[in-house]
Design a protein around this ligand. Sequence first.
Ligand SMILES: [Zn+2]
Length: 243
Amino acid sequence: MEIAKGIYHFDSGPFNWYLIEEEGRLTLVDAGFPGHYHVFKKGLDQLGKSLKDVEAIILTHSHADHIGFAEKVRKQTGVPVYVHKEDAKMACKPLQLPWFGLLSNAWRPYTANMLAVATINGVFSLPHLTKVITVTDGQQLDVPGRPRILHTPGHTDGEVVLFLESEKVLISGDTIVTRNLLTGALGTPQIVNPILTKNYKQAMRSLDFLRELGDVTMLPGHGNIWKGNINEAIDIALENAKI
Ligand SMILES: [Zn+2]
């Protein structure tokens, strides 16, 4: 539920998305798979909120496990969907996942299970976005939580993280995660596996853009919450990347 001050997390298995609340208004960050919509609706109920309280949707990137039910909510509410300009085209196309990496690892029980979960949760009928608003590096959005967008290309070209200055919360998307997406193992901060990342070297370099953030509560796209100095997370992730 409340995973950091004013930020809510609801269980959608290994696919994280978050609700930021500020003065009763909500920003949805990422949107799981389409099948997770009912978790989202139940989450709103639990918070005593409704779709009317949602003011914005922000995507950390345009993979299917983050776009999920975003278009459905957009259509129902008319709220803006923000995505980095480099991922905007991809958000408006169906079936955006690193399929080669996933299918070539389908022999792994966890990956096979992820693909099954993706299928059950509607990846093949995923409504892609039909309207997005593009954001750029450094932009602070005037939406609940007032997150600052930091462009961290690598996993995708338009991958971003969100930094909420007042609470020192970093919603790190798939820039830094704490779960291995091929084995399912929960662990220390890490970059998403090379085969699931568009430009692995760039993904490593992009971590340097975060070095000034200090002590943070990090909420990743996959895996558990992590707290500490961002430099520690970056150094661990780079160390893990060498293995
Ligand atoms: Zn992801």
